[in-house]
Design a protein. Structure first.
Length: 181
């Protein structure tokens, strides 16, 4: 019980170091949940040891183990879901692609858009590519710079790439013909 009690303290303090970043980085959330689970397991050992020592209820140990396993599974479900989404390059769950599409479509000079893709590059960086239909393209890169900066500020998209198209019907973009987005 004493050794497990020390484990509770060490693991809880270590988990506390990760609290501030757990909502912003999948890796940090994984480390936080790992340390919190270790603290919970150690606490289960302390409580089970006390109950068995004081009351002789040996069945309490497997019961506490099952309860801890349920709590760990429930608390890590979101981590598993987000890890799978990252592995398959799914749109990050805190980002609404419809909102991004609407915002891009509303930009000055943009008359249409297709081939919008949003995916995670890492646990903290998100990428975007899109084809923007602009019959009168911007004269310099200021439009693209401002667009990328605003995407980062509004949607936390850190890497944006755009293809500007004039909308020439004789030479349409091949992606605009093969996708309906």
């Amino acid at each position: 019980m004493i050794v497990a009690g020390v484990g509770v303290v060490i693991n809880a303090v270590t988990a506390w170091f990760f609290v501030s970043g757990k909502d912003h980085d999948l890796n940090i959330r994984g480390a936080y949940l790992h340390m919190a689970a270790d603290a919970l397991v150690s606490l289960g050992v302390v409580v089970s040891g006390f109950v068995i020592w004081k009351f002789g209820l040996k069945w309490f140990d497997p019961l506490s183990s099952l309860l801890i396993a349920v709590v760990i599974f429930w608390s890590t479900w979101g981590l598993l879901r987000d890890s799978l989404n990252l592995a398959i390059d799914a749109v990050p769950r805190d980002l609404d692609p419809g909102e991004v599409r609407q915002w891009l479509s509303d930009q000055p000079g943009v008359e249409g858009m297709h081939d919008l893709h949003i995916w995670p590059m890492s646990t903290t960086d998100t990428a975007l590519t899109a084809h923007l239909l602009m019959p009168v393209p911007p004269p310099d890169d200021e439009f693209l710079h401002d667009l990328a900066q605003q995407l980062h500020e509004r949607f936390k998209i850190s890497h944006a790439t755009f293809q500007i198209e004039h909308g020439n019907h004789e030479h349409p973009c091949i992606q605009s013909q093969t996708c309906a987005d």
